[in-house]
Structures are given as C-alpha cells and as structure tokens.
Design a protein around this ligand. Structure first.
Ligand code: FAD
Length: 457
C-alpha cells in the first residue's frame, strides 16, 4: 500500500516517527505544500532561503530510494485529498504542529480523510514534550520557566531516538501519473525555483551560504560536533567571540534533526555542568512552544496587558539605524551586522540588541520581532516572539522592564578583548565610526520614566 508523508517542519529521514509510520506499510510518496492559509504569517526571506536548500537536499535523498517529493502550493485541505486520489494512497502521515490556525487545518483534514475510510495519523516529533502533557497540579499551563523545566525533567525522560532510518520505497509510477514527474531532478529543481524563494539581485545570501549547510547532512555534522562545545558550554555559551554554542537552532527549527536525538546525544558526553546547561536551553525551546500553544497570538499581543498603554516611540530613523547596524553602539552594531550577513546572531547579543531597541530606543518589540522574523534562519513562531516579550518585559516570565542591559558593560563582560565587535565593526577606533544615536544613560532614564507611567498607582 502507498502512504503519503506530508512533510512540514520535519525535513529529515533519521528519527522521524511520521516517516517511519508511513514506510511501515509499503511505499511512500512525500509531499511538501507551500501553504497559503488565512491568518498564517508567511516565512521571512532568510527562512525561505533555508527551506529552498533543505527541500533540495531532502528531495535528492528521497529520490535515491525512488520516493518522489511532490511540491504543491495552495490549500492543503484541497491538495492532500487530491493527491491521495492521484496516487491511490491509503494513508496520510505527518508530524504534529502546535500553532493555530495550522492545528485546525490538520484536525479538519484528518477528520475528512478518516471519513473517506483512509488512515490519517499525526505523530509527535518536533518537541520533547507535547505542550498539553505538561501542566501545573491544578491542570493549568505553566507561566514560569523554572517549574515548567522541573516538570519536564520529572515527567518521563524524552523517548530514545529510533535506530537507523527505515527502509524507503517509492511506488511503481506509470508515466501517466502526475507524481512520476517529481522523480525527475531537473523538473523538481525547476518547480522549487518557481517558488521564488532565492534572492535575485542583489544576492544577499552569500554570507548565509558561507555560514550554513541547510538540510539533514548539515544538521548531522553539527550534531556530531556537539560534544566539542558541551564540555565548555557553561562557560563559553555567553561569549560571542568564540564558537561556544551548538549552532543547531535552524536545524531544529526545520526538524532536520529531532530534539530527542539532540537531548540524548548530550547525555552521552562531557562533564556534568556543560551538558546540563545545554539541556536547560533545549527546555527554553520547549517552554516557548508551551506558551505559544496556550497563547496563539504571542507574536502580536502583549502578554501583560498593562503594556498596551506603554508610550512606545515612533522612531523610524532609530529603527533603521538598528536594522543596519549603524547605531554607533559597538556591540549592538556588531550583532545586527552578524544577523544581516549570516542570518544568525549569538544569544547574548540578541538579548542586548533587543533591550537596546525596546528600552534605549523605546521602539515596540513587535518591530524588532518582525525584523528578526525576516532575517533569522532560525526564526520560529514560538521562540522569536517569546524571547522578544521576555526581553521587553511584556511576557509572563520576563526580565522586568526596568532591567536595561548596558551594551558597553555587556561587551566588556563577554567580549572583553573586543574580538567579536572588531570582527563585525572593523571601523571601531577610526574616524569612520558613527556617533551613538542615543545617549545610553539618558535614554535609560526616559525608558524607566515611561515604565513608571504605566505602573504608577
Ligand atoms: P545553543 O546555545 O547551542 O542552544 C541549543 C538549542 O536550545 C538552540 O539551538 C535552541 O533550539 C534552544 N535555545 C537556546 N536558547 C533558547 C531560548 N532563549 N529560547 C528558545 N530556545 C532556545 N531561537 C530560535 O530558535 N528561534 C528564534 O526565532 C529565536 N529568536 C530569539 C529572539 C531574541 C530576542 C532572543 C533574545 C533569542 C532568540 N532565540 C531564538 C533564542 C536563542 O538566541 C537561539 O536559540 C540561539 O542563539 C541559537 O543558537 P545555538 O543553536 O547555537 O544555541
């Protein structure tokens, strides 16, 4: 029998329970849908670049086994049943996702397929813990990270990764079946290019190509390198001038590696504290998804409603200077340039640039979140708004608004020798260095006063 594997954020063959469920019954046809669903924010430019390359790799891997990766665009509720008919498939499998309105799409599609007597199966695989399996004693969602993380650690240990990938087989396709054309490499490449996801002129992706290898092979290379960072992770993870972190975020974002595999790999190596701290970071990812699951409008609404009355500044010029890395503040400019060139920014620096935007420039966190959404290769619907609300102080378990990072102090603390800032801002110390767009101290005072205005009794 033939199963359809609807490929979403699980672009991998290893440790993929959905793919395994599909392959167990016989032949597999894979499909990726460029979904146009009302109410879903389209991916940003850096994400599309990544997805293009990741799908290229997955398509090639599947082709080796005679499995077509069908590329479709539009409404999955129409397209998947149509594909079922075309391929005479008896089952459809997919990895679960956690964000409305996508969940509603999946639920309706599942019901419809089952009504027609087909097997429709959704499987977990994107998170270590399904968001609804972790709750307080009263049965409520967690709002604070530490008890959430404790609860995760106290529930069952994340499942062990599966062994080697399943044996894959594609269906016998006759030339008359539309799916057969997807086995043609040239046809596949042309269709993917037709989606228009790569930059044309100017080609801004040179730095991304240099920094990353999208796809499962790149993910596995990072996974294999994980033990090199784990030993020193607790000390080095905050130092942007060295490669002290795993670089797994975009691979986890697209499901090119399972979080289970990453979790268990970290258990097998290194000293106690490095891997332990690393696993806490994986649990921050879980927490962000837990929050998004319970607060679907996390990207657009202050979790703390009193911030609705906050006096954000409408500062287009400041926003532009921030985006372009020309604020005149060394660590901020270094971070924003790293982001623009590589599609990624070190976590410590993300904290600093987000604090600078929302506090020193007092620009709404949503403007920053939107810029990250467009430029980060790891931008996701949970971690990005969650962390922005965390820094801005508008989230539930957040750094309080009055805690303002001082970029200069952060730099001397975490990049004391200036390795990171000089790499990205080579004009430091020359006449070409821009003057600061704001006075750090005065702007901090103004931010605190604006905050007082919404908290005063
Ligand atoms: P490592 O230090 O190696 O951590 C391992 C993994 O843990 C990461 O790959 C990531 O999946 C997870 N992780 C680590 N820190 C966090 C965190 N604070 N929140 C959620 N997950 C975390 N991360 C994203 O994956 N996508 C985003 O869109 C995103 N936006 C952010 C926006 C802001 C304003 C801030 C302050 C942080 C954001 N982060 C986001 C979190 C963090 O900066 C990145 O996950 C991390 O820098 C990725 O690098 P790494 O894989 O080397 O991390």
């Amino acid at each position: 029998t033939t199963s359809i594997w609807w490929v979403r954020d699980d672009l991998r063959i290893h440790d993929n329970p959905a793919l395994r469920a599909g392959a167990a019954d016989g032949e597999v046809v894979a499909v990726h849908v460029d979904e146009q669903i009302a109410g879903v924010r389209p991916p940003g430019a850096a994400s599309l670049w990544w997805l293009h390359h990741s799908l290229t790799e997955l398509g090639a891997r599947l082709r080796e086994h005679g499995v077509p990766l069908v590329l479709l665009s539009g409404d999955p509720e129409q397209l998947i049943p149509q594909l079922v008919e075309d391929t005479a498939a008896q089952a459809v499998v997919w990895t679960r996702r956690y964000h409305e309105p996508r969940r509603a799409v999946d639920a309706r599609l599942k019901a419809r397929l089952r009504e027609s007597g087909l097997r429709a199966e959704s499987v977990d695989g994107y998170l270590l813990h399904e968001p609804w399996t972790i709750s307080t004693q009263a049965g409520d969602p967690y709002k604070v990270y530490s008890p959430f993380a404790r609860a995760c650690r106290e529930t069952a240990e994340p499942r062990l990764p599966e062994g080697p990938p399943p044996r894959l087989r594609g269906p016998e396709l006759t030339g008359s079946q539309d799916s057969s054309r997807w086995l043609d490499e040239v046809e596949f490449a042309r269709a993917l290019e037709g989606r228009g996801w790569l930059p044309t002129a100017p080609d801004w992706a040179g730095g991304l190509r240099e920094a990353w290898t999208p796809g499962e092979m790149g993910a596995r290379a990072r996974l294999d390198a994980l033990e090199n960072v784990l030993d020193q992770y607790a000390e080095d993870r905050d130092r942007p001038g060295i490669d002290g972190t795993s670089g797994l975020s975009p691979h986890l974002r697209y499901g090119e590696v399972s979080p289970h595999e990453v979790w268990h790999r970290s258990l097998t190596s290194g000293r106690a504290t490095g891997p332990e701290t690393f696993r806490s970071e994986l649990l921050w990812r879980e927490f962000a998804w837990h929050r998004l699951y319970h607060l679907p409008d996390l990207a657009t609404r202050n979790v703390r409603p009193r911030f609705d009355a906050f006096d954000w500044r409408d500062d287009e010029e400041g926003l532009r200077a921030w985006q372009q890395g020309s604020t005149g503040i060394d660590l901020v400019d270094a971070g924003m340039r790293e982001l623009w060139v590589t599609g990624w920014m070190h976590n410590r620096v993300r904290l600093v640039v987000a604090s600078f935007l929302t506090k020193n420039l007092r620009v709404h966190w949503r403007r920053g979140e939107e810029w990250f959404w467009d430029t980060l290769v790891d931008a996701d619907e949970a971690s990005n708004p969650f962390n922005w609300q965390w820094v801005a102080g508008t989230g539930d378990d957040a750094a309080p608004y009055f805690r303002v990072f001082n970029p200069d102090r952060q730099q001397s603390r975490f990049d004391g020798e200036g390795r990171y800032v000089r790499r990205w801002v080579p004009e430091i110390g020359t006449d070409h260095r821009a003057a600061p767009v704001v006075d750090l101290r005065a702007s901090r005072e103004e931010a605190l006063a604006a905050h007082d205005a919404i908290t005063a009794p």
